[in-house]
Design a protein around this ligand. Structure first.
Ligand SMILES: C[S@@+](CC[C@H](N)C(=O)[O-])C[C@H]1O[C@@H](n2cnc3c(N)ncnc32)[C@H](O)[C@@H]1O
Length: 367
């Protein structure tokens, strides 16, 4: 094996360390959300200096001096920007004084963490970085080697149960997870009206695995002629406030593997990526039975991996999601070829992919 020369050695070490310590960026982001830093900056109405930020944080006085270090990393990672006022006096005796003059502002990324907006994805940060979802990664090697019997996922090795049972038995995790799923759907609000042709002619829609119903709410608000039924597991829809139910939207607790109520169309948003091909076929065949052969359709919102045509960063996120599905569920992210195979095997005749939701595409599948 070639030995790395000096000029390659240290960049390689630095590159490796960057990957090893990438979780520090994720965990610092989680901490920023827990401390409410994005909203504090937003409510300040202008870039905030450290001396204004610190008193606004509910932190122990002994931790005051550490905030600057947290902000340094968050700025470096692009979550916040740091600007210096045009005129300022630097106290050369005290190097820190220069840093205190920095004022922090939001970036497009941290704007997505602001609470009072429909596109807020803070619950996603808190849920995906919750210990329940971080611990299973420690068992990935064991899972590959088969050291822990026949557990189907590293999640199952870590928690002795599947993720959906875990949600049933841990109400706090259940709420956090459902909130995260809803927050992931909030951004659909900005583009759903562009999907008019997709919903044209439909009168009824079943949102299978629809969680707390945010997607259906966005759809019924945009297309008031549609009546939506949200089907999800009883522990997900059981405790929802009655206000969620409207004339155009109702909830049903059930199991999509047993029965899906009939409708003109079935919606599956980020549901199929949680399941193996065999299970997806079961779900798709049930969907096929729930819709009319003439004019019915299944509408899937999920990622389509297209490694040759999309930006490196987009593919990277999709590959992260694919690994996430491998570790937490028995599912996967799929390429168009893999989707097509599933559709044909489930008895559908054609499909149309519209890449409209950033990482996710809208796929219409026709019987
Ligand atoms: C990744 S979440 C997606 C939620 C929602 N569609 C969204 O995008 O916000 C998958 C959903 O499938 C639901 N689910 C899992 N197993 C199910 C089953 N057997 N029957 C119905 N829903 C199920 C979960 O409870 C969860 O709400």
């Amino acid at each position: 094996m070639d030995v790395l020369r000096g000029s390659e050695l240290f960049p390689a070490q630095s590159d490796l360390y960057r990957h090893v310590f990438n979780y520090i960026s994720s965990m610092s982001l989680k901490c920023a959300v827990e401390l409410g830093i994005p909203d504090i900056i937003h409510n300040h109405g202008q870039p905030i200096t450290l001396s204004d930020l610190v008193p606004a944080l509910e932190i122990h006085p002994s931790k005051t001096s550490s905030v600057h270090r947290l902000m340094c990393l968050l700025v470096h990672s692009g979550f916040f920007s740091a600007t210096r006022p045009a005129v300022h006096h630097i106290n050369h005796k005290d190097g820190d004084h220069e840093d205190e003059e920095e004022a922090y502002d939001l970036t497009p990324t941290s704007r997505l963490l602001l609470k009072d907006n429909l596109s807020c994805i803070s619950p996603m940060v808190l849920s995906m970085l919750d210990a329940a979802l971080v611990t299973p990664w420690h068992f990935m090697g064991d899972w590959f080697r088969g050291n822990r019997g026949s557990s189907s996922t590293p999640f199952e090795i870590a928690h002795n149960m599947k993720i959906w049972e875990y949600g049933d038995q841990n109400p706090e995790f259940n709420s956090l997870f459902n909130e995260a799923m809803a927050s992931d759907s909030g951004m659909m609000n900005w583009v759903i009206r562009d999907c008019e042709p997709v919903f044209e002619g439909l009168v009824t829609l079943v949102d299978v695995g629809g969680g707390t119903g945010l997607v259906s709410r966005i759809i019924t608000e945009s297309f008031p002629h549609l009546k939506c039924t949200v089907l999800d597991l009883p522990h997900v829809v059981g405790n929802l406030p009655a206000v969620g139910q409207t004339e155009n939207m109702k909830f049903i607790g059930g199991d999509m593997f047993r029965s899906i109520p009939p409708a003109n169309a079935v919606l599956l948003k980020t549901v199929l990526h949680s399941w193996s091909d065999d299970k997806c076929l079961e779900i798709l065949k049930k969907c096929r039975g729930a819709i009319p052969s003439d004019g019915g359709k299944v509408i899937i919102i999920d990622a389509v991996i297209n490694r040759n045509k999309e930006e490196h960063q987009v593919t990277e996120v999709k590959l992260f999601l694919d690994m996430l599905m491998m570790v937490m569920t028995t599912g996967r992210e799929r390429s168009e070829k893999q989707w097509k195979k599933l559709f044909l095997e489930a008895g559908f005749r054609s499909y149309k992919i519209t890449p409209i939701f950033g990482l996710r595409s809208l796929i219409e599948v026709f019987p």
